[in-house]
Each structure stands twice: as structure tokens, then as C-alpha cells.
Design a protein around this ligand. Structure first.
Ligand SMILES: Cc1ncc(C[n+]2csc(CCOP(=O)(O)OP(=O)(O)O)c2C)c(N)n1
Ligand SMILES: [Mg+2]
Length: 803
């Protein structure tokens, strides 16, 4: 444990004084924002507040050690840090509190996240990268405690890759891998598995990560004695301390109110991490929470009188102030002048934020009232519409919901009337919605020209003497082409390195491309995902391998909460074009046959979900994704690696289009829709159906998210008038989604002559025994009989009942 008082900088007292004063001003500004922010919530102008009071001083120290190119992955207490690096000003702080939807006013999330969730902008307007080495970066926060940890690991690992892998264009992302990834986490949140998983992985990987624990002894109302063994996180992590024989961590413990010591510790920590790529833990204890956890409750309910008195005495701000007076940096009177002035600035900034927040809605209100009033003039329901207009007009600070309620309700009084003013009202509502809805819904997926569905497809080419090979060889040789073509690409996962993955799809790749680009990881799916997210956020093209689809559940939380929301929660200002490679579908047993597609489809909106039926298609998806800028999951068929496929000649080049279905077999009687391993069974069954005179059309979905963007399936239904969706997920899982897409979104109901149906697996997971698959998932006989039954219903004479 390192903890000394020596400052390393050699500066004059005047310089020193100016720097400390500047720090103090930032801290006071931050504290005033917290105090006033809480009042804004209590008076109803903002909905919820969670602030950084009590944690200001260590954040000043962290900001001093934080350099251009560095990244933060932190949580809601870090407003002081954000102010200190120049990424948050007073007005923006309040814009965040009010949820201002204009990214220029509220740069953290354009009102999509609660205040206290911070981010900087990594992307230009067109979605291309800014030069991240010339700015201080903060990856976008998320609310699940410790959810920032897995990504932190990847942000740190990127520096290692940039420093040690040759041939990557580092210009916008790294200067010699000197960047540190700084994590912040509350003491109580270190109880989460994600924290421990990250700590261990960073120790193994030896990456420049500085983990900061802000310890105020509580997690909302729950004391450390319920959170942490020995109530002391750095104490129990002592075994991670490096020594002469072993790599590990450098661990510091420092009091959160001790400004000079904090500054010193942070400078030293940064040197260790930056130069040696050794991870560091800084346990900052004796912190407080002057206003309690958030605006939802008061801490008097759960802290003792003694604790509350201690928190007043050890408030880091008053301790810093006291130290400054003792060291002749200012007098008490001078301090008061500074504080008063800042109070004024904060009030002014808050007012400006509120005015800016209200202004557009005021203008929209005036417009809406005008269209309403003119629609009223000639209407037989004039009085009712005028009432709506008047009620809207008197709202002092209207919100958009109120504007739309009034205008949309007015239309109900005009259903039987025709007038230019009614048309004007209809048009106004439409254009208002078109203008406003994107403020709430845009950028779930990439909107750049590199979005995945914008990448042209390219067919595989085959030499005349192309061989039929074990399909895993297509995967391997295509990865070989990818690693050559994209020096910034890398793959990692359990058994992905030395043996070249459990199915040999990476055979020999580690030998050829080195242990940094083709690597084994520990068994820790969440942080494998985090490595991918963090590295993708820094311009690399990681492929994170989850060994089996069944185990993706360990990573699902981070995929859903972090990766899937990233573009959305930053309104398109950050991206992580991570490719997640996994393998699944029917093989054998409860945990090696998984196809929990319904769950994935619903939890992963924001990530593409691709289900190739063979290895050529899968390889083609990787080739497409690497040209794009979006995250995706590719699920290879577990039982497909040893099947024979023809080896294409344009490896690394052929591309499977995203969001486009493929008709495998044309037919006139019924449309059979499926994907993945089950599709092979459907194809076989279609041959059997042909023998009894049923001409089935078979369509491979290939891409569940996005789904059939050209609406090709409905064209098939238009021809066959019958639809059966065959899926190996549970009933009502992915099949329900597919049916909704086809019947409702594509309007296929208009062409149906039979009830649209689904054929899914049993509700339980697949049994292992030899017949487990047959009795758990749709079989060829199940499909045959289902289709036959549908055809029997249409033409019993031609298709007499089977049973
Ligand atoms: C996964 C998850 N569980 C619960 C919560 C609700 N929650 C928000 S903050 C918090 C306490 C966090 O305490 P700590 O990590 O010590 O940070 P502090 O607020 O004390 O700085 C809890 C339980 C959450 N946001 N995420
Ligand atoms: Mg705490």
C-alpha cells in the first residue's frame, strides 16, 4: 500500500495557489449545483436528482491526472470531475436535470438519461470518429450499478493493443497506448459480481486501468457492514497487490477530504498505469453524502446522529477550505467572496438553462394555439375546440405532451367536417410529430452511411475446382482474410486462442496473428463483452466470442443495458461497433442447444441479431459487419461446422446482406419461414411435402434484427396465401415476433386463406438423451404434419386426413 505526502511537482507558490484556487472554485460550483439542483426537484421543475456532493475533492485530483486521450467509465457522482475536465458547465448541468432534448444544450444524452449520467462526444455529425487523442473522453454512463465496469476493462485494453500490436492506424485513438481508462464506482456497488470480474480480468490482462472507489460507507441506506467483508474493499483486495514475483495491482488508500494527499496519490497512480500498463486501485474513503443519496429520500432516516455530525465535520469541501486557509491560499473572508460569487453564477446558469428549456415549447404552444383557433372558427364544435385552445394557451410552461393532447383531441370534434383549417391542423400535427418524435427515438441504430443495412452485398465466388470442405474451414480461412485486411480487428474468448476455438474455426490464427489479436480469456462472459465494448469505443474492431449461445445470458445484462443503448443514450454521439460471435441452436442438451431467440430479440433492440444457416453465410455477415459501424450478434449453427460446404475464392470479400431474407426454394402452396439449424430440417421436409403434391416455398430469415427490410415475405404470402413460421424457440418466443412482423407490419393478413400458424419447440429446454432433440424441438414429422393439416383443411379431397 502506498501512501505518502510528497508532491512531485516543482512549481512556485503563486502557481500552486492559482491552481488550488481554480480547483476550489470548480468544487464550489459543483456543490452549489448539487444544492440548487435538489431544490429544483423539490419545487417540481425537475423530476429526479442525484448529485455529486461530498465527492468533489477526489474528483479534482483525478481530473488533474487525466490527460487527453484518456477515458472515464464512471457513475452518477462524477459531476465535479466532468466540470474539472471542461466537459460540463453550469447551464448544461441544469439542462441535464430538466431533460432538455437538444444535444447542443444537454450534451450528455439530449434528455434521454437522468441528470448525473455523463458522456463526451466521440463522433462527428456524420457518425465518423473525432480525434479522441485530442480530447478528454467519458464513455456514456448507465444506471445499473457496476454496469460501467466491463466496458472499463475494454477501454483500458485498447491502450495495450495500440501500444503492442503493429500496423494499426492509431491516429485518432492513441498515442503509443499511453491512455488510461479511469473507472469510478461507489463502495456499495463493489459488491456486484461485475466489479470483481473486472478487477480479476484487468489484473490478468495488465491493462492501464485506474479503478477509483468512492467510499462513503453507504449504498443508499445500507451500511458497509452488509456490503463488504471487513467493511473495507482495499483491505480484502490486498492479495492483488503486485510484488517482485508476480504482476498484479498497485493499490492506494487515501482519505477523500485530504486534498494534497489525493493530488499526490493520483499523480503517482497515473504514472504506474500509463507507463507500465499496470492496473491501479485507489480506495478513496471517508467520503460523505451531505444531501443524502438522491432526491427520493432523506438520509436522516438511516444515519445515526453521530454519523451525521461526523459527515458535517469531514465534508471534503470544508476540509479543503480549512486546509487552504491554514496554508495561506486564501483567508476566510476571501473564501466567502469567492463562494458568494459562484452562488450567483450558479443561479444565473440555472435560470438560463430553464429559459432555454422552456423556450421551444413556448414557441410550439403559440403555433398550436393558432392552428387550433383557426380550426375552431368555422366548426360546428367551435366552443369545444376553442376550449382546448384556451386551456393550452394559459399553460405557463407547457410540455409537448400537453401540446399534442390539445391538438389531437381537437380532431375528434372535426370528424364530420371538411375545411382548409382542419387540413392545416392535421398537417401541423403530422409535421410536429415528425419533428419531435426523433428527439425521443432517433439513433437507436446507426444513422450514418455505414449503417449495416447500407452495406452492399457481394456474392461468394467459386473457382471451377472449388472443393467441398468441412464448413469450419470456411470460417477459419475467412477469419484469416479478415485479420489480414483489418489490422485493427481482433478476437478473444474462451478457448479462442491457443486451440483456435472449440470448433477449430480459428485454427492456427494465434500462431499467425499473435496472442494479442487472437486470445484466450478467462471464463467471464460479461467482461468478455466489456472488453469488446470498450475496445470498439476506441476505434478497434473487436470480435468477442461467447463460447455457446446458452452462456450469453451471463453477458446479456451488459449487452442489453450498455451496448444496445449506447447510440441511443448518447443520441448518436458514441458508438461501439462490436461483433459478438457465438454458436448455438440445436445440438444436445439443456445448455448446448440453446435458442433463446425471443429473449434476445426483445432485450437487444439496438444490436443486430443474425442467424446464418451455414458457415458461408456466417462468414459473409462478418465481412459485412466489418465494413459497417454497428454492433451485432452472429449465431453460428453448432451442428454446422462439420457439414460440407463449397470453399469460396473471395474470402474476406463476399458479404451476406443484413435485414434481407433469402428464398431457398420457390413454391406455390404455402410459405415456410425459418432460420438457422431448423431451416435445414424445413428444407428436407419441403422435399417430402413435394412427394405428396405440396409445393412449399422456403424462406430463410437470416437476420432477425433487422427483419426483412424489403418486405419479401409478404410477396411470397401473396402468392401462396398460407404461412407457417417454424422456430426452435419456446412457443410465443421468436415465432410470435416473426408472425407480428409478417402479419401486422407487412400486412400479410390481407392475403391469407388459412390461419397463419407457428410451430415452435416445447416450453421446456431441450432434453439431452438421444431422442431429446426429437421430443423437444420441431422435427421433420412435426413440420410435415402441420403443413399437411393446413393443406387438408383447404382441400380434404386432395389431402385426406393423416389421422
Ligand atoms: C444493478 C442496480 N441495483 C440497484 C440499483 C439502485 N441503486 C442506485 S444507487 C444504489 C446505491 C449505490 O451505492 P454506492 O455504490 O455506494 O454509491 P453511492 O451512491 O453511495 O455513491 C442503488 C442500490 C441500481 N441503480 N442498479
Ligand atoms: Mg456509497
Amino acid at each position: 500500500m502506498n501512501n505518502t505526502n510528497k508532491t512531485t511537482k516543482d512549481i512556485t507558490f503563486e502557481d500552486f495557489k492559482a491552481e488550488v484556487l481554480s480547483d476550489y472554485k470548480i468544487a464550489v460550483t459543483s456543490r452549489e449545483c448539487s444544492l440548487l439542483g435538489r431544490r429544483e426537484v423539490l419545487t417540481g421543475k425537475a423530476k429526479f436528482g442525484i448529485f455529486g456532493d461530498g465527492k468533489e475533492v477526489p474528483q479534482l485530483a483525478m481530473a488533474k491526472a487525466f490527460k487527453n486521450g484518456d477515458f472515464r467509465s464512471g457513475y452518477y457522482r462524477d459531476q465535479t470531475f466532468m466540470m474539472a475536465i471542461g466537459a460540463l458547465n453550469i447551464q448544461q448541468f441544469f439542462a441535464g436535470l430538466y431533460g432538455h432534448t437538444d444535444i447542443a444544450e444537454e450534451p450528455m444524452s439530449a434528455g434521454r438519461q437522468m441528470g448525473g449520467h455523463f458522456a463526451t462526444h466521440s463522433l462527428n455529425e456524420d457518425g465518423s470518429w473525432k480525434n479522441l487523442t485530442q480530447q478528454k473522453n467519458s464513455s456514456a454512463d448507465i444506471s445499473p450499478t457496476a454496469g460501467q465496469m466491463p466496458r472499463l476493462l475494454g477501454l483500458a485494453q485498447a491502450s495495450k493493443i495500440y501500444r503492442e500490436v503493429k500496423g494499426i492506424d492509431t491516429e485518432k485513438f492513441s498515442v503509443n497506448g499511453d491512455e488510461i481508462a479511469w473507472g469510478t464506482i461507489g463502495n456499495a456497488s463493489t459488491s456486484e459480481g461485475l466489479f470483481f470480474e473486472t478487477i480479476n480480468a484487468a489484473g490478468v490482462l495488465q491493462v492501464p486501468m485506474v479503478m477509483n472507489v468512492w467510499d462513503d460507507e453507504y449504498g443508499i441506506s445500507v451500511h458497509a457492514k452488509h456490503q463488504t467483508t471487513k467493511e473495507n474493499i482495499s483491505e480484502i483486495l490486498k492479495g492483488f497487490q503486485r510484488d517482485e514475483n508476480n504482476n498484479g495491482y498497485e493499490i492506494f488508500r487515501v482519505k477523500g477530504w485530504d486534498y494534497p494527499n489525493l493530488v499526490d496519490v493520483y499523480q503517482r497512480a497515473a504514472v504506474v498505469a500509463r507507463k507500465e500498463h499496470c492496473p491501479v486501485l485507489i480506495h478513496v474513503n471517508e467520503l460523505t453524502q451531505p444531501q443524502g443519496h438522491s432526491t427520493s429520500g432523506s438520509h436522516e432516516r438511516y444515519k445515526s446522529k453521530e454519523r451525521l455530525a461526523w459527515e458535517v465535520e469531514f465534508d471534503c469541501m470544508s476540509k479543503m477550505r480549512q486546509w487552504m486557509i491554514e496554508n495561506n491560499i486564501f483567508t476566510n473572508e476571501e473564501a466567502k467572496v469567492i463562494e458568494k460569487d459562484i452562488q450567483k453564477q450558479v443561479r444565473k446558469g440555472k435560470q438560463a438553462a430553464w429559459t432555454a428549456f422552456v423556450k421551444p415549447q413556448k414557441e410550439e404552444q403559440i403555433e398550436a394555439v393558432a392552428v387550433l383557433k383557426s380550426a375552431a372558427v368555422n366548426s360546428s364544435n367551435k366552443a369545444f375546440i376553442e376550449k382546448l385552445a384556451n386551456e393550452l394557451e394559459v399553460i405557463k410552461e407547457p410540455i409537448r405532451k400537453e401540446i399534442l393532447i390539445a391538438t389531437r383531441k381537437a380532431l375528434r370534434y372535426l370528424t364530420t367536417e371538411k375545411s382548409e383549417t382542419k387540413t392545416a391542423l392535421i398537417n401541423w400535427i403530422a409535421s410536429y410529430k415528425a419533428k419531435i418524435q426523433p428527439k425521443y427515438s432517433a439513433n437507436l441504430y446507426s444513422e450514418s452511411n455505414l449503417r449495416a443495412d447500407n452495406i452492399n452485398d457481394e456474392a461468394p465466388k467459386y473457382n471451377d475446382d472449388a472443393e467441398m470442405v468441412d464448413a469450419r474451414l470456411i470460417m477459419r480461412d475467412n477469419f484469416d482474410a479478415i485479420f489480414t485486411k483489418y489490422p485493427e480487428s481482433l478476437i478473444f474468448g474462451e478457448d479462442a486462442g491457443h486451440i483456435g476455438d472449440v470448433n477449430q474455426g480459428l485454427e492456427g490464427m494465434q500462431e499467425k496473428y499473435g496472442e494479442l489479436r487472437v486470445s484466450d480469456t478467462g471464463i467471464r462472459e460479461a467482461t468478455i463483452l466489456g472488453q469488446g465494448i470498450g475496445m470498439a469505443m476506441r476505434g478497434l474492431r473487436p470480435i468477442a466470442e461467447i463460447q455457446y449461445l446458452d452462456y450469453i445470458l451471463y453477458a446479456l445484462q451488459i449487452m442489453s443495458d450498455d451496448l444496445a443503448t449506447l447510440q441511443y443514450r448518447t443520441n448518436g454521439k458514441q458508438k461501439a461497433p462490436l461483433i459478438i460471435r457465438t454458436r448455438g441452436h440445436r445440438l444436445e442438451g439443456i445448455w448446448h442447444s440453446g435458442s433463446q431467440m425471443g429473449g434476445l430479440i426483445h432485450l437487444l433492440r439496438g444490436i443486430h441479431l443474425l442467424v446464418p444457416r451455414n458457415m458461408m453465410k456466417a462468414a459473409g455477415f462478418y465481412n459485412t459487419l466489418l465494413e459497417g459501424d454497428e454492433p451485432a450478434v452472429v449465431i453460428e449453427c453448432l451442428n454446422g461446422y462439420r457439414l460440407k460446404e463449397k470453399m469460396p475464392s473471395n474470402l474476406g470479400e463476399f458479404k451476406t446482406p443484413i435485414g434481407v431474407v433469402e428464398t431457398i426454394k420457390e413454391g406455390a402452396d404455402i410459405t415456410l419461414v425459418s432460420y438457422g439449424s431448423t431451416l435445414r430440417i424445413v428444407e428436407e421436409t419441403a422435399k417430402e411435402l413435394a412427394q405428396v403434391g405440396i409445393d412449399a416455398e422456403v424462406i430463410d430469415i437470416q437476420s432477425l434484427l433487422p427483419f426483412d427490410i424489403k418486405h419479401d415475405i409478404v410477396k411470397s404470402v401473396q402468392k401462396t396465401n398460407r404461412l407457417l413460421v417454424i422456430d426452435e424457440d419456446v412457443p410465443g418466443g421468436a415465432s410470435a415476433y416473426i408472425l407480428q412482423e409478417i402479419v401486422e407490419k407487412q400486412d400479410a393478413y390481407r392475403f391469407l386463406d388459412s390461419k397463419p400458424q407457428t410451430l415452435a419447440a416445447k416450453e421446456h429446454r431441450p432434453a439431452y438423451g438421444t431422442d431429446g432433440d426429437y421430443f423437444s424441438k420441431p422435427s421433420a414429422e412435426d413440420i410435415f404434419e402441420k403443413v399437411y393439416e393446413m393443406m387438408h383443411e383447404v382441400n380434404p379431397a386432395k389431402f385426406p386426413a393423416l389421422f
